[in-house]
Ligand binder design. Sequence first.
Ligand SMILES: [Zn+2]
Length: 126
Amino acid sequence: MTLIADTNSLTRELAEKLRLRKAELLALLQQAAGANIAGDNPPEVLDFKDVAAEETRAVVDEAAYTHASDELAQVVMALRRVDDGTYGFCEDCGEAIDERRLRALPATPFCTACQTIHERPGTPRR
Ligand SMILES: [Zn+2]
């Protein structure tokens, strides 16, 4: 019983963090979407350097956008696990995820061992 109570208070604490992060990411993605719409009306006169700079910025924005939407997907899935009571357990092996790991990465679906397998599969670690 004590164990379950402890897990619940940690879950509640981290769920709160996840909700805040979700709101942040949604705001960021909305901003990015707004910026893209504004980009549909480029200035009439552009020299070559400006065009290159524009394109570079677009690539950077797109990478940041993709990263934010990936993270949002992870956060949303983590919150879903909070709701169905499986939060804090590894999606692969079902073991409880280390508390320190959860505090550092509240949206992670995997324990440290399974995460290592998921990252760069087949690539030996140096
Ligand atoms: Zn695992």
